[in-house]
Design a protein around this ligand. Structure first.
Ligand code: ADP
Ligand code: PEP
Ligand code: K
Ligand code: MG
Length: 574
């Protein structure tokens, strides 16, 4: 163990602490001996006792960082937030906005970006590919020309049994006691009391007496007769058929498991995926994933690309196979809209809490989606219950929150975004004051020694960063793994993740507390990387003398003579 210190007490205390990990480890393991290394200044110590750790920020004699790269480094929104609120005031919870007709102009997109949108979501259920292409182009322009860092996600249509949208009146009312025919046969016009389903096999396995529920409770029917594949049903609870209304069937109070015969990835979905890949999108969210197979299939298809695959949990089957799905994917969306159709909606709160916990433990980002501020599709203020729902997702440490119709079609999208922003900052502050981070349980993830070292370094670094009250954590990452392992511990200070891979940068946009920066990094000179990046932030006037930065690095050797370098260093800016 090598320790950078001017205080031998620290070094000795590390020797006596058998649990201490690779602290400043430079591939030299020295048991029971203190081997002095570099010299240095002082770091103010807050938290548990004062420690003096080497401050080795060398500002002079650095290579000039290219102007263009410097500007690319930190996005304009994070920079502004940092100037205004300081390191600790930076928002940790990420925000996803669904883009639709109400917010697709360059001006509206820019306002959303300024308002803190980290990821723009395009729902391939709606609109044309040309429309989506145009939105992607505008977002790329904002990133390139105005210094934003907004990632793009496409969300597949997936396969689901729903009412066919034949352009007739947007909603039809069903009165209690009325009788309706549900059919998959092609209809001429819109015959009264007849509803067309999109899928021939919609009534397979359904029996007389079963209950047919529309949109998770909007209206209910009882099956009174089966005529071939058609179902004659009596309305038992009146309500509306909205466009593309969804079906679920119930027997003796239990959901009749279905949908599984439909492919998760339809022909249209593959075409949309191909479109997304050719447009260079950062995330593909897969609708109606029932097991890990389609996720693996898509990941194989994307082999060697940086596009990340998110699985949407929105069916009963996906809950039964949650762990294998989380394991196979790069992240999860708790798609509460359809989930509330497929399971009784009173189960959503506990299921959401469970999914967010599993994802954090398995180190996968998780988005909580749908109806967060639903009333704002129409009204300029949220209900207090909606604000409480948003805050609850933040308290559960979800990585990201998502707007759907609130931004896509609502007139108050920017305001809805600012409410997510304020509510999450508020709850993050409360969680910090209540020290809630300390009760997070961290399951062991890594199997191989290098993986376990990385994991332990990140766990310990966060504990230390919190105890010392450092201002920021700096991490250097190729594929985002170290940044993600730090984020998993939900630290108090923000994590500045430096990467030279743009795909990694855009993917890290979804992770709790991570500010991804694109910079050129050396493969084998970590000290140069550290001083270059500290200088980059300092030169922007964002780091002041006396600020304390924790630097976490994990450099894998690129050639035979270079050594692996894993370390936690605490540096005071001089
Ligand atoms: N690209 C788009 N073009 C037109 N309308 C859209 C688009 N994206 C979303 N919308 C509208 O916003 C609503 C909410 O979006 P979302 O939750 O993604 O879809 P859905 O309601 O189909 O699950 C949709 O019902 C649709 O009316
Ligand atoms: C996000 C969801 O999916 P979509 O909007 O595509 O139906 C959902 O069902 O909550
Ligand atoms: K979708
Ligand atoms: Mg859905």
């Amino acid at each position: 163990m090598a320790v950078a210190t001017s205080d031998s007490i620290l070094a000795r205390s590390l020797i006596t602490d058998r649990r201490s990990t690779n602290f400043g480890l430079k591939n030299e393991v020295c048991r029971g001996k203190v081997v002095p290394c570099r010299a240095g200044g002082k770091v103010k110590g807050k938290g548990k006792g004062r420690v003096e750790v080497k401050a080795a920020v060398q500002i002079g004699g650095l290579e000039e960082v290219k102007k263009a790269k410097e500007e690319m480094g930190l996005d304009v929104v994070s920079e502004e937030e940092l100037r205004e609120k300081g390191f600790l005031g930076m928002r940790k919870t990420k925000l996803v906005c669904t883009i639709g007709p109400a917010c697709c102009s360059p001006q509206d997109l820019e306002k959303l970006a300024l308002g803190g949108m980290n990821v723009a979501r395009l729902n391939m259920c709606h609109n044309t590919r040309d429309w989506h292409r145009d939105v992607i182009k505008k977002i790329n322009q904002l990133n390139e020309e105005k210094g934003f860092c907004v990632s793009v996600m496409i969300d597949t249509e997936g396969s689901q049994i729903h009412v066919l949208d034949h352009g007739a009146p947007s909603s039809v009312k069903a009165e209690e006691g009325s009788t309706w025919l549900f059919t998959a046969q092609k209809l001429e016009g819109s015959p009264p009391f007849t509803i067309q389903a999109n899928y021939e096999g919609f009534s397979e396995g359904i029996e007389v007496g079963d209950e047919l529920v529309i949109d998770g409770g909007m209206a209910s029917f009882q099956v009174i007769e089966k005529v071939g594949n058609d179902l004659r049903c009596k309305c038992t609870d009146s309500g509306l058929f909205l466009p593309r209304a969804k079906f679920s069937f119930w027997r003796n109070g239990k959901l009749v498991a279905r949908n599984s015969e439909l492919p998760t990835l339809s022909k249209k979905d593959w075409a949309d995926i191909e479109f997304g890949v050719s447009e260079g999108v950062d995330f593909i969210a897969l609708s109606f994933v029932n097991d890990a197979d389609p996720v693996r299939q898509l990941k194989n298809y994307l082999y060697m690309r940086s596009t990340r695959v998110l699985a949407k949990v929105e069916s009963l089957e996906s809950l039964q196979k949650l762990k294998e799905i989380v394991e196979a994917s790069d992240g999860i969306m708790v798609a509460r809209g359809d989930l509330g159709v497929e399971i009784p909606y009173e189960q959503i709160p506990t299921v959401q809490e469970e999914i967010t916990r599993v994802c954090r433990e398995m180190n996968k980002p998780v988005i909580v989606a749908s109806q967060l501020l639903e009333s704002m599709v129409e009204y300029p203020t949220p209900t207090r219950a909606e604000v409480a729902d948003v805050s609850e997702a933040v308290r559960q440490y979800a990585d990201a929150l998502m707007l759907s119709g609130e931004s896509a079609i609502g007139p108050y999208g920017q305001k809805a975004l600012s409410i997510l922003q304020m509510a999450s900052s508020r709850m993050e502050l409360w969680s910090r004051e209540e020290n809630r981070q300390s009760i997070l349980h961290q399951r062991r993830l890594g199997v191989s020694l290098p993986d376990r070292i990385a994991e332990q370094i990140c766990n310990c670094a966060v504990e230390m960063a919190n105890n010392l009250g450092v201002d920021a954590i700096f991490v250097y990452t190729k594929h985002g793994q170290m940044a993600s392992l730090l984020s998993r511990n939900r630290p108090y200070p923000p994590i500045f993740a430096f990467t030279s891979d743009n795909g990694t940068r855009m993917a890290l946009n979804l992770q709790w507390g991570v500010i991804p920066l694109l910079v050129e990094l050396s493969d084998d000179d970590m000290e140069a990387n550290i001083s270059t990046t500290i200088e980059l932030i300092r030169r922007k006037g964002l780091l002041k003398p006396g600020d304390v930065v924790m630097v976490v690095s994990d450099l894998t050797p690129t050639h035979i003579n270079s050594t692996a370098f894993q370390s936690i260093q605490v540096k005071t800016v001089v």
